[in-house]
Design a protein around this ligand. Sequence first.
Ligand code: NAG
Ligand code: NAG
Ligand code: NAG
Ligand code: NAG
Length: 287
Amino acid sequence: MSSMANISIFVLTLLFHQSFTYKPVVLIHGIMTGSGSMEMIKRRIEEKHPGTTVYNVNRFESWSSLETMWHQVLEIGLDVANISSKHPEGINLIGYSQGGLLARGIVETFSNVSVSTFISLSSPQAGQYGAGFLHVVFPGLVKESAYELFYSRVGQHTSVGNYWRDPYHQTLYESYSVYLPYINNHIMSAKSEDFKNNLLRLKRLVLIGGPDDQVITPWQSSQFGYYDANETVVEMRNQEIYLSDKIGLRTLDKSKRLHIVTVPGVNHFSWHMNVSIVDDYLLPYLD
Ligand SMILES: *[C@@H]1O[C@H](CO)[C@@H](O)[C@H](O)[C@H]1NC(C)=O
Ligand SMILES: *[C@@H]1O[C@H](CO)[C@@H](O)[C@H](O)[C@H]1NC(C)=O
Ligand SMILES: *[C@@H]1O[C@H](CO)[C@@H](O)[C@H](O)[C@H]1NC(C)=O
Ligand SMILES: *[C@@H]1O[C@H](CO)[C@@H](O)[C@H](O)[C@H]1NC(C)=O
């Protein structure tokens, strides 16, 4: 009897493995770091979800992570399109910090990239108005005057300039910023319809952030909340981008595909280093 049972278990195990495989995962790192910073996430996914192929993007590492957002979106996007073409069942995409804003640009721009779940891990999706983390790159920069640098032709040659959003200088933001107001469909263009349609192809959009982040400012930007003109935070569901369904956030929400995840007690530089973040907030969305 025991050998019959063993054979049945063997066959069942075989069937289970054949019928279920995890989709591949693409990881995109943050600013001033590289793929090495995402290795813990990669190894943990491989350990907990055996058989998953994890692609860890190693382009635009260190200083080159400051190159413009569009340049990075278009370059990394071609790689992701290549990966996607090998996996017709779809891929999952995780971007950390600036990498999450690059990832969204890729999802919105490349109609030949098929993303099932996109996880944005503490990314400035609605913009950034805090300069503390920039002191390594721009010593002496303070948020109140950073617009003088970023809202210029030269300032737009840096990734940060492309998503800098000074609530007191909205008009300059609209006239100079070449990235964020466009991918948010705040300024409409010939691409706006594609941006929205492509984002709406997601099966799931997961926006992770938390109040103890201390870099993403306001932290709610990780979930499309942002400052009004008086620096009071207005949460996503009361923002124009949501109310007018500019990029499909409202549609994703109404169809239960939008997951807003708030995790306290995590500093910005810990999200991708913290195993319990992977176990509790990334793995459950990866199938
Ligand atoms: C995409 O794949 C093709 C064929 O495998 C290859 O020739 C090309 O260089 C790849 N492009 C990128 C950006 O990796
Ligand atoms: C994906 O689309 C872009 C244009 O949007 C094209 O340049 C690229 O070659 C395509 N990649 C694949 C693998 O189809
Ligand atoms: C907020 O800013 C607007 C102008 O954008 C101003 O009219 C309003 O009085 C301000 N409210 C407060 C409470 O400061
Ligand atoms: C790790 O993440 C957990 C939440 O999953 C959080 O409570 C804890 O404070 C984090 N630890 C560090 C060192 O960030």
